[in-house]
Design a binder for this molecule. Sequence first.
Ligand code: GRF
Length: 204
Amino acid sequence: MKKLALGVLASGRGSNLQAIIDACKEGSIPAAVRIVISDVEDALALERGRKTGIIAVYLAPGKFKTKLEPDVELAYVKCLKEHGVELVLLAGFMRVLHTEFLSQFPGRIMNIHPALLPAFPGLDAQRQALERGVKFTGCTVHFVDESVDGGPIILQAVVPVEQEDTVDSLSKRILEEEHRIYCEAIRLFCEGRLKIEGKRVLIL
Ligand code: GRF
């Protein structure tokens, strides 16, 4: 079976990237990470990629803080396409993508978020959940659209909030589930089992 070509965008530590690389290597996902791109020059994610022989590049994001300039979006797209990427994975990528990018990969961009969307979108989702006093939170893999963390939901996992939890302890338990469901969602995509119907994703 031909391996699906993955492109990962990451701004930081890259633990989700690592989980995806490992799952590809051990064969639980019929895919391979072809390129890692970061908007942060010294992101650990780039190092993790290079360590396993994956092309990992820094592409300067331009003048904005929370998005890429339109021509930079095109540079990201060009780089992904040059490496034959079929599915784009945002893994801790801290910028919102817009039309120039999204229109090039319709239904082919996923993101992982550390909360049960639509609760607690945006930054610091684990802290938001703790401060709001919810008893359960978790994580969500979703397709990416123009909204912030509002695209069609693919998979979610529930994590109970303990009374003694800190942001760190809660984030750690959520992260374990992130690694599991992100890989699972990619596997379903590879098997052609995800069908988007409006805001719903059917698992075939
Ligand atoms: C994860 O919590 C992810 O849900 C969020 O950013 C964090 C990235 O972590 N979008 P890592 O870089 O994959 O370790």
